[in-house]
Design a protein around this ligand. Structure first.
Ligand SMILES: *Cc1c(COP(=O)(O)O)cnc(C)c1O
Length: 411
């Protein structure tokens, strides 16, 4: 029995089956490469689903985590540490948050969105409707993914994720991503609109041209918060610190932004950024909390991640290599509708029948050929490599793709 088979048996016997069967047992990583339990090597074009921004075992990240672990790992929220203060300051600075903005640290994307949901509820109480009743409605988009905890699940659209756990926290409506639908739904009972600038889990789908700018105007007009979920798109993934500010007039910062995935470079951390003093004042002392959120170890990891992205020009790299990758994919026969947002790239394959799961077959064939990629749907593939990935590395995948497509279309 191979080491992989043995460990997968152990996995099945001991871990809850919520993720299905893992495809691999990984033991080691370096840069954009990972190694499995039987010594096979892979080019990692997924980065733990947009998490390992600096790739694996980046020296700056390893040093920061090791030094912090040897100094002070956790202190509770009764105290704070220099790393937490510096990280908050640096995040507000790189994202262009307005004066008076603040940060709440959590440990995941779902938790960051839970905090945003609570912020929306608080805003709804502070800004009642014309009848003096608290605004209780929150608008989210069709196909939205905001997480799996009860609150973030209420914001998530997918019926299959929601149905087994109802009732979920109420007041959420999912609307199509069109300005018309938004204009029709927005009134003074709406506390907030939450949107992903690029819907990653839905197959890397950007918002329609001009949507976010119009959403900003409409939410302001109706007194609702504009909350942007940048858990997947933020911190350099799309070639900017935030994917939303480049879509807003004058690079304006939304009322609130959530971050997680790429922020810690592999260390669990999430964040809610609140714009300006008024929004930041909605959650006061005693109204929210968490034990691990923004502990010094997580903060040191995130600080090293953010500083390395800045100092090594990784935003520029994400933009340049991302554009190159998308352009090359467009030339591959059998690949359709390439959607590139920096190093968050989605594309579709042509299924042989309506229910043909061609993308999962491609993912398996790619893995056998030494590439880690991901299917977000039966015919949709997602790439989210580390922000350090080179043109040469992505080229090896694009060059292998025609053969892989031939393999999967003949099976
Ligand atoms: C992954 C993701 C989440 C959930 O983050 P977790 O860390 O898995 O809880 C929320 N929103 C978006 C846009 C995501 O991609």
């Amino acid at each position: 029995m191979s080491r992989t088979t043995e460990l997968l048996d152990g996995y099945r016997g001991n871990l809850l089956g919520v993720f299905g069967d893992p495809a691999l047992v990984l033991v080691e990583g370096q840069g954009c490469r990972v190694t499995d339990a039987d010594g096979r090597r892979y080019l990692d074009l997924l980065a733990g689903i947009a998490v390992n921004s600096l790739g694996h075992a980046h020296p700056a990240w390893v040093r920061a985590v090791a030094e912090q672990a040897g100094r002070l790992a956790h202190v509770s929220n009764l105290f704070t540490t220099p790393e937490v203060v510096e990280l908050a300051r640096e995040l507000l600075e790189v994202t262009g948050a307005p004066p008076g903005s603040h940060v709440f640290f959590a440990s995941s994307g779902s938790e960051a969105n839970e905090a945003a949901f609570k912020l929306a509820r608080r805003h709804g109480r502070e800004h009642p409707d014309a009848q003096g009743r608290p605004r209780t409605r929150v608008l989210a988009l069709e196909h939205a993914f905001h997480g799996r905890t009860m609150g973030s699940l209420a914001l998530t659209a997918k019926e299959a994720y929601r149905a087994p756990f109802e009732p979920l926290p109420g007041g959420v409506s999912h609307v199509p991503a069109t300005v018309e639908a938004l204009a029709a739904e927005l009134d003074d009972t709406v506390a907030a609109l939450i949107v992903e600038p690029v819907q990653g889990e839905a197959g890397v789908r950007g918002l329609p041209e001009g949507y976010l700018a119009r959403a900003r105007e409409l939410t302001r007009e109706h007194g609702a918060l504009l909350v942007v979920d940048e858990v997947q798109s933020g911190i350099g993934r799309t070639g900017d610190w935030l994917a939303s500010t480049s879509q807003l007039p004058g690079g304006e910062f939304p009322d609130a932004v959530t971050l997680a995935k790429g922020l810690g470079g592999g260390f669990p951390i999430g964040a809610l950024l609140t714009a300006g003093p008024e929004v930041s004042g909605l959650l006061g002392a005693g109204q929210h909390g968490t034990t691990f959120g923004g502990n010094p170890l997580a903060a040191a990891a995130a600080l090293a991640t953010v500083r390395t992205i800045r100092d090594e020009g990784l935003l520029e790299n994400a933009r340049a290599v991302g554009e190159h990758l998308a352009a090359r994919l467009r030339d591959v026969p059998g690949v359709t509708d390439v959607r590139g947002h920096g190093l968050l790239v989605g594309f579709d394959l042509v299924p042989s029948a309506p229910d043909d799961a061609v993308a999962p077959r491609l993912v398996a064939a790619a893995r056998d050929a030494g590439f880690l990629v991901n299917a977000t749907g039966p015919a949709t593939v997602r790439l989210a490599p580390p922000l350090i990935v080179t043109r040469q590395e992505v080229d090896t995948f694009v060059s292998a793709l025609p053969d892989l497509l031939r393999t999967v279309s003949s099976t």
